[in-house]
Design a protein around this ligand. Structure first.
Ligand SMILES: NC(=O)c1ccc[n+]([C@@H]2O[C@H](COP(=O)([O-])OP(=O)(O)OC[C@H]3O[C@@H](n4cnc5c(N)ncnc54)[C@H](O)[C@@H]3O)[C@@H](O)[C@H]2O)c1
Length: 361
């Protein structure tokens, strides 16, 4: 089975730009369907392979256009979405309509047209888990609910054991952990997963669901809250972190994410497979923001503006993300290549170059 013709929906975004460049370099014919007609990371596309990529500026809910593209494709990397939990708080309608309406359109096309699509790789998110799995010394593995009210136990921001109220620590959240995410974004990702799983089972299409951690790298969206850390560091201003700054996220670098997408295509896995595509590591936001400030200080030869803490709390915010990523490593033979400090230095470098070109640094 070969995948000569590739469709990437949302392929001009962060993950899509890097993936398009790598696929074209490997000789695939790449079609990118995206709202934006330009790559957010043009430098991810080597000039010598530009002719292998066609960008079609359009909407995923354009039935006729989607049908034409699907009918020419062997594999679809489905990356188009309204992205990020924070944005969905103010724009629930947009997130639900876009993420689910577009998925529904793809399903209709897959069911109605005579296509040859053999594999779909769906970009989902570890936000589907909500608070994830924790360990309680008395009760074992537990699932605390999301924190909607501020109930600090023993002075800690961590959720308490939902059974006995003791202090608990993050444990590995695996692919078969129940998906307890309740944010609008998480709910759209859960529904996308279910809609695609049912459809691919019905139609006999192989499906890989990739639950990404927080993906960062050159080209990340200006709406990404972590891009804000870069903006502040560049301006010599301290980022202000909520809670005690020790809330953690699983940061994954875009090149590792792209490698996982390529590897799963090469493996030609059959059936429905769900993977955490994450680093398996969690990093406190204060450490992340401090590293960005320090790297920026070094890049600009300035004193870094270190983060401060305001002790505020956003109801419903996940406290810790701690996922197990052994399944994707076993399936592909890959482990993330970039460590956090190396990845951040790469990110800072990209950001400073971009701002210098724009005359802002
Ligand atoms: N970046 C992350 O940290 C992260 C984390 C978890 C999951 N994901 C998932 O991975 C996928 C890709 O993320 P990304 O970071 O590359 O996002 P991105 O925002 O950089 O790119 C998404 C692209 O999709 C396009 N798009 C959105 N809706 C569209 C529509 N209806 N029709 C056509 N184009 C549309 C956007 O214009 C954008 O170019 C998304 O499904 C996202 O939910 C990303």
């Amino acid at each position: 089975m070969t995948f000569d013709s590739v469709l990437i929906t949302g392929g001009t975004g962060l993950i899509g730009s890097h993936l398009s460049g790598k696929l074209a370099a490997r000789g695939h014919d790449v079609k990118v369907l995206s709202r934006n007609s330009r790559f957010s990371v043009p430098e991810a596309i080597d000039k010598s392979v530009e002719s292998k990529i066609e960008i079609i500026a359009g909407e995923l809910d354009n039935r006729q256009l989607l049908e034409e593209l699907v009918n020419q494709s062997d594999i679809i990397f489905y990356k188009a979405a309204s992205v990020g939990a924070a944005g969905a708080v103010e724009n629930a309608k947009d997130f639900v309509e876009n993420n689910l309406g577009a998925t529904a359109n793809l399903i209709d096309v897959l069911r109605a047209s005579k296509h040859r699509v053999k594999h779909i790789v769906l970009g989902s998110s570890i936000s589907v888990y909500g608070e994830g799995v924790y360990n309680c010394a008395k009760c074992g593995l537990v699932r605390p609910p999301l924190r909607y009210k501020l109930e600090k136990s023993n002075g800690s921001w961590d959720p308490p054991c939902p059974t006995c109220g003791s202090a608990i620590t993050p444990a590995d959240t695996t692919e078969d952990s129940e998906r307890l995410g309740e944010s609008t974004y998480a709910v759209t990702k859960k529904a996308q997963e279910e809609l695609m799983i049912g459809t691919c089972k019905l139609l006999g299409i192989n499906l890989s669901v990739f639950r990404y951690g927080t993906v960062i790298g050159a080209g990340q969206s200006w709406h990404n809250p972590f891009t804000r850390f870069l903006e502040l560091a560049l301006a010599g201003e301290s980022p202000i972190l909520h809670e005690d700054g020790k809330q953690s996220r699983d940061f994954m670098f875009v090149d590792d994410v792209v490698n996982a997408n390529l590897a799963i295509m090469d493996k030609q896995l059959s059936g429905i497979n769900v993977f955490n595509v994450s680093s398996g590591d969690s990093t406190a936001l204060i450490d992340f923001a401090t590293t960005i400030a320090t790297e920026m200080g070094t890049a600009l030869n300035k004193k870094p503006a270190l983060p401060t803490i305001d002790g505020k709390f956003t109801p419903g915010d996940v406290r810790h993300c701690h996922t197990e990523c052994g399944k994707i490593a076993a399936a592909t033979g890959l482990t993330p290549q970039r460590n956090l400090s190396e990845g951040i230095s790469h990110l800072v470098d990209w950001f400073v170059r971009k701002k210098r070109v724009a005359g802002n640094a």
